[in-house]
Design a binder for this molecule. Structure first.
Ligand code: NAG
Ligand code: ZN
Length: 327
């Protein structure tokens, strides 16, 4: 490598380090429907070139997306298996995303976070605007906010919290460019998130991350998130925490707050069959097979549904908020 390119690389990584540790979370405004409501789908753990029922899930997403006239799609990460993308030219992007979610109703903005499998490849490639030129639906950032006034969605990169990805990597190599040093990265992220949550005036607050806070699926609870992230969500009136990682659909109620934990990580390979703690308090619903989730929001009501590969609604959750009232 020439001296010139070394200097360039150093400057580049320094600049991105400064950005990630001092910048506020980037916010994207998304308009509501004309009646003031909003609807979207949530899918996780999906990119397998259509295999393991990925295409069947995509087909049903298209039908439900049309019925609900969805505004966008949220991806909870593990976008491309097994090891993320190699680079921005990786054909997996077309074969697992563009050519799979082909329904007209799914030709909307996708807001995506990264999962641990994405970090096992070139994580930075998935964040590149070049992918948005290949398929304009694609937007993946580490941590960012989608603001629609009615709801503010805080998408959080949960990968840097998970200690074992740094200590016992089990032969896997993680792309930590832009994340190190881990401790200060996490503390800055939590500070930014806490501030943004505190300042939010949205009726509904939803936080999205790849890893579960609470799950009875294979991976179970993520202890680092229980200790570091959950208290911030509890203190700031978050309504829903939405994640993937466990390849299932589930709904668990927090025991200390009104927060509902929702897992939508069933975009392709599922049926692992090793659910534990089926008698856990607060567990409302668990499905080990493939599917996805829809969210419909108005000023007063949230309606969340889980679907299987046949389009059957397996579970529904409704929550309501009082309109402002005075006596
Ligand atoms: C696809 O879905 C069907 C229906 O749920 C299920 O029986 C089948 O095992 C699934 N296939 C795979 C590969 O998971
Ligand atoms: Zn994962």
């Amino acid at each position: 490598m020439s001296t010139l390119s070394k200097v360039f690389l150093f400057t580049f990584s320094f600049a991105s380090w400064v950005f990630h540790t001092s910048a506020e979370l980037q916010t994207f405004a998304h308009p509501l429907k004309s009646d003031g409501s909003l609807s979207f789908l949530v899918i996780g753990d999906w990119g397998r070139r259509g295999a393991y029922n990925q295409s069947r899930v995509a087909f049903q997403m298209g039908k439900v997306g049309e019925k609900l006239d969805i505004d966008f799609v949220v991806s909870t990460g593990d976008n491309f298996y097994d090891n993320g993308l190699v680079n921005v030219q990786d054909t997996a992007f077309l074969e697992s995303f563009t050519n799979i979610y082909t329904a007209k109703s799914l030709q909307k903005q996708w807001y995506s976070v990264l999962g641990n499998h994405d970090y096992r490849g070139n994580a930075v490639a998935q964040l590149s605007p070049v992918l948005g030129e290949i398929d304009p639906r694609w937007l993946c950032l580490r941590s960012f906010i989608v603001n629609t006034e009615l709801v503010e969605i805080f998408l959080v990169d949960t990968n840097p919290f998970v200690e074992e990805y740094f200590t016992e990597t089990d032969g896997h190599k993680y792309d930590w460019r832009g994340i190190l040093p881990q401790k200060s990265y996490i503390s800055n992220l939590l500070k930014d998130l806490e501030l943004a949550l505190r300042e939010s005036t949205a009726k509904w607050k939803i936080v999205v991350g790849h890893h579960a806070i609470r799950s009875v699926g294979y991976h179970g609870d993520t202890q680092e998130l229980v200790t570091q992230l959950l208290p911030i969500l509890q203190e700031n009136n978050v309504d829903f925490y939405v994640n993937g990682h466990d390849h299932c659909l589930e709904h668990i109620s927090d025991r200390e707050s009104p927060i509902q934990f929702l897992t939508s990580g069933a975009g392709s390979k599922a049926w692992r069959g090793d659910t534990h703690e089926v008698n856990r308090r607060g567990l409302n619903f668990f499905y080990d097979g493939q599917g996805f989730m829809s969210v419909q929001l108005s000023q007063t009501e949230a309606n969340i549904e889980f679907y299987d590969v046949f389009g059957n609604v397996l579970h529904r959750l409704t929550a309501s908020k009082q309109l402002y009232s005075s006596i």
